[in-house]
Design a protein around this ligand. Structure first.
Ligand SMILES: [Zn+2]
Length: 255
């Protein structure tokens, strides 16, 4: 039974990963996400069911369009696999319930923000604003992974903390950090609440710092070149959603 549910959430995640790929292509280009149905970006041919099976179609077609042989970016595959694995992981950690349903919605939002910021360096208002409102509205029903019941004031102050901290960083860095990051930190605060927002930001900064150091050491990025921070914030947020209070307890035990 357990393994059955793990497989169920893996398949559900793979399908939503496919949807996230479509959003990541169309939202930054300001294209409709409803029409047309799935088409090849290169030849415009309408794609059928065999072309749209998550993960498998990409592997069988070796990452090319069936009709014009145009290359499909590898991102299409890794987003489907990552979303599938994360859906299974969320089920294993959170178990059934309202918290799981709400968490999976946020997870999809964070993966979409991750991909679009990584590829385009954009954090889109069309995603951030509606989900800020939703996060505040859902906060009384959102039980975080550690069993900590969030609520409206926790969500509100979390959002204020994230927004305020990043506004300060933005001012101090004189635009070295994007305005989108301020809104994203605010959104993460609304989702994770107070004090979990600190875990999300801390994890994001540690990961971002490590990645920047690794890129600089490998010679792929020069000093002064900026890397988008949104993807790291997204990973930090997912970490806080799953392990927020464990990390907080661990930190307090050190202090
Ligand atoms: Zn094609």
């Amino acid at each position: 039974m357990f393994i059955g549910w793990v497989i169920f959430f893996f398949l559900l995640g793979a399908v939503l990963g496919s949807f996230i790929n479509m959003l990541s292509d169309r939202l930054p280009a300001e294209k409709s996400i409803v029409t047309p149905g799935s088409v090849c970006d290169t030849c415009g041919k309408r794609l059928g069911v065999p072309d749209l099976i998550p993960i498998l179609s990409f592997i069988f077609l070796k990452g090319h369009c069936r009709y014009c042989r145009a290359k499909i970016p590898a991102r299409a595959l890794w987003v489907e696999i990552a979303t599938a694995c994360l859906f299974s992981l969320f089920w294993v950690i959170l178990g059934p319930g309202v918290a799981l349903a709400i968490s999976l919605v946020y997870l999809c939002v964070f993966i979409t923000l991750f991909v679009i910021d990584l590829e385009k360096g954009l954090i889109l208002n069309v995603i951030i604003y509606p989900f800020m409102v939703l996060a505040l509205l859902l906060s009384p029903f959102y039980l975080t992974g550690d069993g900590l019941l969030a609520n409206l004031s926790s969500s509100f102050f979390g959002g204020l903390t994230g927004f305020g901290l990043f506004l300060l960083i933005y001012i101090a860095s004189r635009g070295g950090m994007g305005e989108g990051d301020i809104k994203m930190a605010g959104f993460i605060g609304l989702v994770c609440g107070f004090p979990n927002i600190f875990v999300a930001i801390f994890a994001g900064i540690v990961l971002g710092g490590l990645a920047a150091a690794a890129l600089m050491l490998s010679g792929k990025r020069r000093k002064g070149q900026t890397i988008p921070f949104g993807p790291f914030l997204a990973v930090g947020a997912v970490t806080a959603m799953l392990f927020g209070s464990q990390i907080m307890d661990w930190y307090l035990s050190l202090a």
